[in-house]
Design a protein around this ligand. Structure first.
Ligand code: HEC
Ligand code: HEC
Ligand code: HEC
Ligand code: HEC
Ligand code: HEC
Ligand code: HEC
Length: 496
């Protein structure tokens, strides 16, 4: 009988299987490691296999070896199989034993180094943008697409969604593991519900890079609007200064909400925090002012502490990195930038219409948008189309691009599902509180004064604008309609 270097118990089918599995995995991992180190660009699937999927299989293989031995030992003890083991001897003078020992030590060391490097790479990999954004590509496609064109395209997902510290790291990995299971079971909500309840307070994420004490003064905003129907005015421009920050020591300006000398709390009536009927502002001295809508005041509404939220950055900047734009502003901007020629008859109305329609999938949307728009121009605007074929085709192609980067039918993601709270035009935003309907018992009202948050410094038809550095009273574009004085913008404007 050949000399055996391991205990007889190890010579069984389960241990053989384990040894074979680990050997194969070991070689495969070695090759993948080398590939990952030697190729300059990281492929997220390669990393996923190398650092997340395969190592557990290798470990299972290794575990099978002693498990097989234990089982055999038990079987021998119970008399199920005959005891054919030999006493284990190890003799350094024996060349075969010496070689086996050296081989064992070398393989163990290589394995440990690979495990260490592997764990580190696994850590880095699961923290990386490709992991969050592309591994489950269909699910995160909307967030990832919007992220890539946001000002935060160089900020890692984890810097806003997890932040620093071991506690949040573990919490996020547990919640991440749950999400992986849900993904595999195809059991997840479409759209993904917001607010994200595990989102860390902005103090530990946004404020790692931006701080509220930093004064911005004013920021200039420029908007161009194009009429839906041809009329006397072909383009209306508005330029305004956003009063982001007040003067030193003054409790004014938009970011005064974030000043340490007064803190704002609110209670929302709905899950998405779009309706707010109770607001409390507390100053440094601890003096509180409570503002309520008429209905809330009538029933002496008193929210439960669990429903009260301290206002922070994301109550205004709700879409800092995943901004899904509505058809109206999208088409306005495309026209202002010359991507869509504003001279094409009725292009704004038609483009907004096809962007806002509901589709079951992106594929269907792309086909429908192309066919509906080309049919319209070929049939209803044949004369214009024949003279400006390229222009119209380019516009149609661009509308398709706009759709693909802002609307995601598979995940049911659109501008009206994830409202941006930064303004008040197509979702209530600031007017959730600043609608002039939130009053304190003292008679004080949360202001709806158009001049408080911004000053319009120029407005009107692009070739004939009125201008003033002191701020102009708002004129409703194109029709001069005055209903905005009584009604909120979002009552009429839905973005489509
Ligand atoms: C600048 C900070 C920031 C970065 C960077 C960021 N997010 Fe977000 N994310 C947010 C905020 C804020 C929300 C909205 C939370 C809320 O409303 O409760 C959000 C929401 C989400 C949601 C919920 C659905 C939705 O669209 O609102 C998902 C999913 C998500 N982010 C994934 C990602 C992925 C994947 C990345 C990286 C590719 C990423 N995020 C990068 C700040 C960020
Ligand atoms: C890791 C650093 C980092 C974190 C964390 C971060 N940001 Fe930023 N943010 C930046 C940088 C850098 C820019 C400037 C990008 C530029 O100028 O193009 C920026 C730009 C912005 C802007 C200006 C956007 C614009 O349209 O010009 C806003 C608003 C903003 N961040 C809000 C937030 C909010 C809210 C959070 C938390 C949810 C956050 N940021 C988290 C680094 C960060
Ligand atoms: C009350 C609502 C509100 C809150 C709360 C708020 N912001 Fe802002 N912030 C604004 C508005 C409005 C602007 C002007 C720019 C705009 O309209 O997009 C702005 C501008 C900014 C800018 C500059 C953008 C640029 O283009 O330079 C940054 C950065 C920023 N905010 C970060 C933050 C951070 C970080 C917090 C939390 C500490 C915060 N904001 C809290 C409303 C708010
Ligand atoms: C949750 C309610 C709430 C929301 C949402 C909100 N605010 Fe306010 N805001 C307040 C309250 C309350 C005050 C008055 C603070 C006080 O009582 O001292 C205030 C005051 C202000 C002021 C100072 C007003 C003055 O008289 O000088 C500005 C500017 C402002 N907000 C801008 C904004 C902007 C811009 C947005 C949207 C991006 C916004 N707010 C959203 C509650 C809110
Ligand atoms: C509480 C602060 C606040 C008040 C009050 C306010 N606005 Fe605004 N307004 C904003 C913010 C913030 C934006 C959006 C900036 C952005 O899009 O980044 C905005 C945007 C606008 C725009 C550009 C809209 C767009 O999306 O193209 C117009 C026009 C405008 N406001 C008019 C008004 C008028 C008219 C009033 C008075 C009825 C008013 N605002 C009152 C904060 C305010
Ligand atoms: C009674 C309904 C109504 C209200 C309220 C209203 N609007 Fe409008 N608005 C319209 C209509 C209708 C048009 C289209 C006019 C056209 O294209 O000829 C329009 C057009 C506009 C446009 C240019 C079109 C575009 O491409 O976006 C802007 C900007 C605008 N409104 C801003 C506002 C603001 C800001 C408020 C709130 C202060 C407001 N509107 C309130 C009905 C309304």
């Amino acid at each position: 009988m050949a000399q055996k270097i391991f205990s007889e118990y190890f010579y069984n089918k389960i241990s053989y299987l384990g040894a074979a599995l680990s050997l194969v995995m070991f070689v495969v991992e070695g090759i993948l490691f080398a590939m990952d180190f030697l190729t300059p660009s990281t492929n997220s699937y390669l990393s996923l296999f190398t650092y997340v999927v395969l190592p557990p299989i290798l470990i299972i293989g290794l575990l099978l070896i002693p498990l097989g031995a234990l089982k055999k030992k038990r079987d021998v003890r119970l008399g199920r199989v005959s005891d054919d083991r030999e006493t284990f001897t190890f003799d350094l003078a024996n060349a075969a034993h010496r070689n086996a020992a050296v081989a064992f030590i070398v393989i163990t060391v290589i394995f440990m180094v690979m495990t260490a490097v592997g764990s580190y790479k696994a850590f880095n990999y699961t923290e990386s943008v490709p992991f969050c954004g592309t591994t489950c590509h269909n699910i995160m496609k909307p967030e990832y697409t919007a992220y890539l064109k946001s000002p935060h395209a160089r900020v890692k997902c984890v810097e806003c969604h997890i932040g620093a510290g071991a506690g949040w790291y573990v919490r996020s990995k547990l919640s991440g593991a749950r999400q992986v299971v849900k993904t595999l079971l195809n059991d997840y909500a479409r759209p993904i519900p917001v607010p994200v309840h595990d989102l860390r307070p902005a103090k530990d994420t946004c404020e790692e890079c931006h701080w509220p004490g930093k004064s911005f003064g004013a920021i200039e905003l420029e908007r161009s609007y194009f009429p839906g129907e041809p009329g006397a005015i072909s383009r209306w421009d508005v330029r305004m200064l956003m009063h982001v920050s007040g003067k030193e020591g003054e409790n004014r300006g938009i970011h005064a909400h974030m000043n340490s000398d007064h803190v704002i709390y609110y209670a929302a009536d709905d899950e998405k925090r779009q309706q707010i009927s109770w607001v409390k502002s507390v100053n440094k001295k601890g003096e509180a002012v409570v503002y309520m809508t008429k209905e809330a005041a009538k029933k002496q509404f008193n929210p439960s502490p669990a429903n009260i939220r301290r206002m922070d950055c994301i109550d205004c900047h709700s879409r800092p990195s995943h901004h899904y734009e509505a058809p109206m502003p999208l088409v306005n901007r495309a026209m202002a930038e010359g991507k869509i020629n504003p001279g094409i008859p009725l292009i704004k109305a038609r483009a907004v219409e096809v962007l806002a329609a509901k589709y079951a999938s992106e594929e269907e949307a792309v086909t429908r948008i192309r066919s509906v728009l080309s049919a319209y121009y070929k049939e209803k605007q044949a004369e214009y189309y024949n003279a400006h074929r390229n222009e119209v085709d380019d516009a149609i192609a661009y509308v398709v691009e706009l759709f693909k980067s802002n609307i995601f039918p598979e995940m049911k993601v659109r501008w009206d599902v994830y409202p941006d709270n930064i303004g008040h035009m197509i979702s209530p935003g600031c007017f959730r509180c600043h609608d002039g309907e939130h009053n304190a018992s003292s008679g004080k009202t949360i202001t709806r004064d158009c001049g408080v948050c911004h000053a319009i410094i120029a407005q009107g038809p692009a070739d004939n604008m009125e201008k003033s550095v002191d701020g102009l009273p708002f004129r409703h574009p194109f029709d001069g309609d005055e209903s905005w004085k009584q009604m909120n913008c979002a009552d009429c404007h839905s973005g489509s």
